[in-house]
Design a protein. Structure first.
Length: 256
């Protein structure tokens, strides 16, 4: 991907791991038009990259993302655009995505983390969404019941002045792990490396069934799972899994 202008977003690849870093530490990694545009392009690149198995989204510095940078917008634009996080959705990218939340996540920064599949946070991180406090539109708040219970979603959204610590978000079930700040990326990388040992096509099938199954009846979700399973029958990876089991070794999956 060709980069121009300031490095507001840094991408790197390590084995099959696609690492995406918000890089505006002097502004708490706040979202501005260039960063938003670059992030949307980067998610498309990750989606298309056949060698990319799993992604990690993190922030540079002490903050994950403090939401929109209103200094880039007029008052009218701020009211209209500020709450909009980058346009990517977990049900549009079937590869797993890990949020390595190195610090506070607010507003659009919270929604970015909410759209990831696994969330690992610093024990010092604090979380908030401030639509009710700022009188912003509430487009993305409707996604909260997919990652939080109804009561917890209402606690977070209706009381827009709340600043909820990482441990509380873990108790709500929103965070998968809470670790010391210096270990956030190490923990995220350990999850990512575990993913490299799994069958990539099956992983994508599972993610698709889980997300789409949220909107389906039990019968419909089982039918979708069965339909997706058919593409595994004659794969080399299926034979490899069987051979590895018989030979008492780890399988080597290629996605073929």
């Amino acid at each position: 991907m060709a980069l121009t202008g300031p490095e507001v977003l840094i991408t790197s690849k390590q084995d099959g791991i696609f690492i995406i870093t918000l890089n505006r530490p002097e502004r708490e990694n706040r979202i501005m038009p260039d960063l938003m545009h670059r992030l949307e392009e980067t998610w498309e690149e990750f989606k298309r990259d056949e060698n990319a198995v799993v992604a990690i989204l993190t922030g540079n510095g002490e903050t994950f993302c403090s939401g929109p940078d209103l200094s880039y917008l007029t008052k009218e634009e701020a009211t209209r655009l500020a709450p909009r996080p980058p346009r990517f959705y977990p049900w549009e990218i079937w590869k797993p995505i890990i949020a390595a939340i190195n610090g506070d996540a607010a507003c659009g920064g919270f929604h970015m983390a909410d759209a990831c599949d696994i969330r690992i946070a610093s024990e010092k991180a604090v979380f908030s969404i401030q639509e009710a406090q700022m009188n912003f539109k509430s487009t993305w708040v409707g996604c909260l019941p997919h990652t939080l219970s109804l009561g917890h979603a209402l606690e977070l959204a209706l009381w827009g002045d709340s600043r909820i610590p990482a441990q509380r978000m873990y108790e709500m079930g929103w965070l998968n792990r809470v670790v010391p700040r210096e270990k956030v990326m190490d923990e995220a990388m350990s999850w990512a490396y575990r993913m490299l040992e799994l069958a990539p096509v099956t992983v994508r099938n599972i993610k698709q069934v889980i997300y789409r199954g949220c909107y389906m009846s039990l019968v419909e979700s089982r039918e979708l799972g069965a339909a997706l399973e058919r593409n595994l029958l004659y794969m080399q990876d299926s034979q490899e899994a069987y051979d590895a089991y018989r030979e008492n070794r780890k399988p080597h999956f290629t996605g073929k």
